[in-house]
Design a protein around this ligand. Structure first.
Ligand SMILES: [Zn+2]
Length: 495
């Protein structure tokens, strides 16, 4: 037997099976009972909300052998043909596939012929906004003088792209996203009939992932059955969706609220290791903090969250105040945008997360009497010829203690630390500055480290650890070979 997708198998076949859209179902049922049909309907709304299903049900109701009725039989010759898509009088045109030029021309030629089998000819034009101007013009002509035996159903996800000349001649019915609870109930029914066990959390995730589209949710369930067999849990759903699991999000949030840098870095790494992209993590964190904000503002009802998840969020929300959550959301949104233009999305995210912590860290004190000019002669009293060696000796010392410099910076500025971590000290240049080199693609860190606050922290760290005041300068490029080598050589000698 050929495989039939779950969505097709469980597609609504009559008005009572339609999930959601009760206002539309009522309007159409009344129109049929009272024989007050419009010549043309415009069905608008998001994908997967039942527009095409309802158009076919309308067609069945109009042509059912039992008579024109909202209670179509579903069994007669006409109903069955419409179900399997072989009814001559029901013409479906997909405007998205070839923009409808030939079909609309054909429609104009044949529209005046009477229906062959039923009472009405029903034209269902899907994604009608995709028609060409020429096709729209042809359609308009038929809508201006529609024959009595014709009903049009124009469906679109983008009603504002349908010309007003067309939409003004239709009765418009707006389909809404299907509420989460109704999708969930429907999924539960399908999985029961299909003898598949899906735990409640998984059902919730599947329903939520559809974002109001029944088709998307049912297709996801279908994929999960192929992927996981007849027992599905929330981990499998999270894996298939590529989303960041609930645990990871809570771990990350806990680390952020506790200003725990290691926790942030390790939970981020865990998510990346589990195959999540940086942009997915940001997107999921934004949803997480948005939920947290609404919980905090006692406005969580709109979220349609499951009870235990809501309780968990409520508990988590206690670690935050409203302003902090807003700040975090702002920063994450900005990071999400920045990441689109940045090759090092992961690093950008890491920095952004650490920056969220930094706000609570003590700012490093500005060193007093900070001098932009380094009086090299004070520390290098020797004559010209041995300056180079002395510089190499200092460089060696810096390299030797670099880890300590990093640790010092880490305590003062997490942000400075993350950027400095990507750079390498390579030489002391002619103007007695320590050159920190960043590899190509790390210009972002170079720029951030050059910011005055961060520079001061690094320079005071060097002073603290190495015992000398050395200013830093940053650059991007391949590490300077001519300077790295001598230091290593000197290091070898002093070993
Ligand atoms: Zn029938």
């Amino acid at each position: 037997m050929n495989y039939i997708s779950l969505y097709r198998k469980w597609r609504s076949q009559n008005f009572d099976e339609i999930v959601g859209q009760q206002h539309i179902v009522r309007t159409l049922k009344n129109a049929i009972s009272m024989k007050r049909l419009a010549h043309a309907y415009l069905f608008t709304g998001p994908r997967g909300t039942g527009k095409t299903s309802l158009a076919r049900i309308l067609a069945k109701a109009l042509n059912c052998k039992k008579g024109m009725t909202p209670f179509l039989c579903g069994k007669c010759d006409s109903c069955e043909k419409i179900t399997i898509g072989s009814a001559i009088d029901v013409i479906e045109i997909d405007a998205a596939s070839n923009r409808g030029i030939d079909e609309i021309r054909d429609l104009r030629e044949k529209i005046r012929y009477m229906p062959v089998e039923g009472r009405y000819k029903i034209y269902i034009i899907d994604e009608v906004h995709m028609l060409t101007q020429e096709a729209f013009n042809a359609l308009l002509k038929t809508l201006e003088e529609p024959p009595e035996h014709v009903v049009f159903v124009l469906a679109t996800t983008e009603p504002n792209r349908v010309p007003v000349t067309i939409s003004s001649r239709c009765q418009r019915l707006d389909f809404q996203r299907i509420p989460l609870a109704e999708i969930k109930t429907h999924l539960m029914k399908i999985s029961k009939e299909e003898k598949v066990t899906v735990d409640d959390k998984a059902l919730d995730l599947i329903a939520r992932a559809g974002e109001g589209s029944m088709r998307d949710s049912v297709s996801l369930l279908d994929q999960l059955i192929s992927f996981a067999g007849n027992k599905i849990d929330s981990d499998q759903v999270a894996m298939l969706l590529g989303g960041v699991g609930e645990e990871m999000l809570f771990n990350m949030s806990k680390a952020i609220s506790a200003n725990d840098m290691n926790g942030v870095v390790s939970s981020l790494r865990e998510a990346i290791d589990a195959g999540r992209s940086a942009s997915q993590i940001v997107a999921d964190l934004i949803v997480f903090y948005r939920n947290l904000l609404l919980v905090k503002l006692n406005a969580s009802e709109a979220l349609e969250l499951s009870q235990d998840y809501l309780e968990r969020l409520t508990l988590e929300a206690k670690s935050y105040n409203v302003n902090r959550i807003k700040e975090i959301l702002k920063a994450l949104s900005k990071t999400g945008l920045d990441m689109k233009w940045h090759a090092q999305a992961r690093i950008l995210l890491e920095v952004a997360l650490l920056e969220l912590l930094e706000e609570k860290c003590a700012c490093p004190p500005k060193p007093e009497g900070r001098r932009r000019e380094t009086k090299s002669e004070e520390r290098l009293p020797s004559a010209e010829p041995i300056v180079a060696t002395a510089t190499d000796g200092r460089m060696m010392k810096i390299k030797k203690h670099w880890k300590e410099v990093l640790d010092y910076v880490k305590k003062k500025s997490l942000f400075g630390y993350v950027s400095l971590h990507e750079g390498h000290p390579i030489e002391i240049n002619d103007t007695n500055q320590l050159v920190i080199n960043f590899k190509k693609g790390f210009a972002f860190h170079k720029e951030r480290l050059e910011e005055q606050n961060n520079k001061i922290v690094v320079e005071s760290a060097i002073k603290e650890v190495v015992g000398e005041e050395i200013l830093i300068t940053c650059r991007v490029g391949d590490a300077g070979q001519n300077n790295v080598l001598p230091v290593q050589v000197v290091a070898e000698i002093f070993k």
